[in-house]
Design a protein around this ligand. Sequence first.
Ligand SMILES: O=C(O)CCC(=O)C(=O)O
Ligand SMILES: [Fe+2]
Length: 337
Amino acid sequence: MLPAIGDKSLRWSTLQQLLEAEVAVEQGDPGLDRRLTVASHLYAAWTEKGTCPAALAERFVMEFMARNKPVIIQGLTEDWRACKEWVRPDGSPDLAFMQRNFGDAVIWATDTSSQDAGYGGGARQRMTLRDYVTWWKRYKAGKVQGLLYLKDWHFADEFPQYHAYRLPVYFHSDWLNDYFDHRRLFVYLGPKGSFTPLHADVLRSYSWSTNVCGRKRWQMLPPRHTHLLFDSFKRQMAPSFNVPDDSSTGRFPNLARARELMIECIQEPGETIFVPSGWHHCVENLEDTLSINHNWLNAHNVHWALALLQGERTDAVAAIEDCRSACSPSEFESLNA
Ligand SMILES: O=C(O)CCC(=O)C(=O)O
Ligand SMILES: [Fe+2]
């Protein structure tokens, strides 16, 4: 049996079953590679069949979370304050409202004018939201260069009284944000064309992301194909799926194959996407877009985080191996702790 929703006990036998289930699903479901399931039926089932929210969430857990499959869910935002107060009647972000109410907030803005910069590569600057909105207006008037994307704004922590959204029942079991100091609850705001380069999420966590307004294009690769994203030395990852093929250097020799295997979807306003663990993805805002997202871990994906940390520890130990003879065993252990 898979763990029940909200079951926070970590049982190794269960994790092993989940790992086996994931492999079986990945091997036995080739159609998954080419599609995202638009799971509006999940929400409809709630009202049509009188299914209670917890049962619906359980179905989401079984069909998508436990199987590490992406999905788009509609209809989770109807009572969100952000959807009422942060959006203008024409569907664009209400920047005047944001500036009036949150103008003093200090945010990070990343220049995403080059899609080749790679994850973490674009120049980042600290500014107030007020200055960001001023920049936005000048950008729209064609007066400034660059394409600044406001990312990873810890809005819920900075404005705890505001309650911009309600955590969807699907995503309740959340060890990362319930127990860790650095919570991962974010707001993103960017003009049309702003971009997040290819990456897998922190600690191989899940993420969900909801468009308060605007549209995004997601390109995502199942984890078993991750090796296709690297250069010939297996060191550097391509900045996106869309790097021009350069057959003379063969820099990313398997990227064309990755493009064949990736799935692509357009996320419309009000839709929520579930990004499973270890799926590399890049995201482009097709319109001026405001979104809310969380990263999280629970019993279904914590093995991804564990494997990542164990791998990094092994690499760190290998990197300092030459110091071993100069230290006592306990000093060496403390070096790689
Ligand atoms: O919306 C974006 O630009 C990136 C979001 C993302 O990478 C995520 O939610 O995992
Ligand atoms: Fe991400």
